[in-house]
Design a protein around this ligand. Structure first.
Ligand SMILES: O=C(CO)COP(=O)(O)O
Length: 127
């Protein structure tokens, strides 16, 4: 079965997310992807990935992904958070990360962890 992966990046981390997605593009093309609005737009336009776009994070996109995750419809999240900048929707961000912990869903919040996770998945199901 295809891996179902949610991709989210705060503004200062979007360039990192695009670079990560380029690095793993052949594998990510085999996954079912969803993303918050702006992140998803960049992944589609700059990397050419097919990605379902939810609302932008501050408009409820994190919560939409959290709801999907709670229903068992997301296998992992890559959430490149910006630890240096306060976000207006901090409660939504915390709710999403909490939902990952409640449901024991892998949640990579930095590039190194994201790479480990993707490499592990690729070993399980090589491209
Ligand atoms: O704010 C975000 C996650 O908390 C990301 O949302 P965007 O991808 O719409 O910028």
């Amino acid at each position: 079965m295809k891996h179902r992966l949610a991709l989210i990046a705060h503004d200062n981390k979007k360039a990192d997310m695009v670079a990560l997605a380029r690095e793993f593009a052949p594998f990510l093309q085999l996954c079912t992807l969803c993303a918050t609005g702006t992140t998803g737009g960049r992944l589609a336009n700059e990397v050419g990935l097919q990605v379902e776009r939810m609302l932008s994070g501050p408009m409820g996109g994190d919560l939409q992904i959290g709801a999907r995750l709670a229903m068992g419809e997301v296998d992992a999240i890559i959430f490149l958070r910006d630890p240096m900048t306060p976000q207006p929707h901090e409660p939504d961000i915390n709710a999403l990360v909490r939902a990952c912990d409640v449901h024991d869903v892998p949640c990579a919040t930095n590039l190194s962890t994201a790479r480990l996770m993707l490499l592990q998945w690729m070993q399980q199901s090589p491209v």
